[in-house]
Ligand binder design. Structure first.
Ligand code: 6PG
Length: 258
């Protein structure tokens, strides 16, 4: 039985990015007291750029022990890494390069290869890196996700066959717009996360945020509504515009801060 979402509403995009950076710093330090590495999954799209900017800034760049952080991607577009639409390319420019992170610490989805092959090999790499025989097998420490205006998350799109995947951890999928061919983590992997954190800003997302949080995703439930960590925490970090249609009772009050 998954736990109720923990919803944090901040005034604006910069405040959201700063709060998420603060959470990542805490979560990384806490994890490293118990395990050798902090396994972090990045979302694609444009929203994370504000977070990358904070994490790479002089005030924040040493707040995570990046030498013990391993970075993965929730999804990728089927394009070469230097393509303008590459999620890896965006993260490399805004975060990895400014922090001088070693390539060996970043697990890139090889978007330049046939999507099915790239998906298969990414899954094998994840199984090798995270399979430790514990009850928390294949559990990333923090998974960052965004949400599209159609309710997609990662590259899990409404009506896609990937929504019914029960065994594979990474599959190919198809976007209805933009770069059609995608590679994406699936619910069996995403819902193993110790923490799954939705990072959503902007008034354009307000209706979908309400549908997912207040209406359990609507009928049929949109893909983002089927993110329900089995044993982990589900966090939403929203700016005021993105939270504008949420029921007041849903919004975490500062006194509720854990
Ligand atoms: C991608 C993302 C996707 C993204 C949403 C929101 O590869 O596009 O993984 O799921 O998070 O589409 O995108 P924006 O942050 O650009 O609004």
């Amino acid at each position: 039985m998954s736990r109720a979402p923990e919803i944090h509403v901040l005034p604006d995009e910069t405040a959201v990015a700063t709060e998420i950076a603060d959470f990542l710093a805490w979560s990384c330090a806490d994890t490293l007291t118990r395990r050798p590495l902090f396994h972090l999954v990045l979302s694609g799209g444009s929203t994370p750029k504000a977070l990358f900017h904070v994490l790479a800034s002089p005030a924040w760049r040493t707040k995570l022990d990046w030498s013990r952080v391993r970075v993965y991607f929730a999804d990728e577009r089927a394009v070469p890494l230097d393509h303008a639409d590459s999620n890896y390319g965006a993260a490399r420019a805004a975060l990895f390069a400014p922090l001088n992170l070693p390539d060996a610490h970043i697990s890139r989805i090889q978007g330049e290869r046939p999507a099915a092959d790239a998906a298969h090999d990414y899954e094998q790499m994840i199984r090798k890196n995270l399979q430790d025989g514990s009850s928390n097998d294949l559990a990333f420490d923090v998974i960052l996700l965004g949400i599209g205006n159609d309710g997609h998350t990662a590259s899990l799109f409404p009506g896609g066959a990937e929504l019914d995947e029960r065994t594979r951890l990474v599959v190919e999928s198809a976007s209805p717009s933009g770069i059609r061919s995608r590679i994406t983590m699936t619910y069996p992997l995403l819902n193993r996360g110790r923490v799954v954190l939705f990072h959503v800003v902007g008034v354009s997302k307000a209706a979908m945020v309400q549908r997912v949080i207040d209406l359990a995703g609507g009928a049929p439930p949109v893909p983002a509504a089927r993110i329900a960590p089995t044993n982990g925490r589900l966090l939403w970090y929203l700016d005021e515009p993105a939270a504008a249609q949420l029921a007041a009772t849903r919004r975490q009050r500062p006194s509720d801060e854990a």
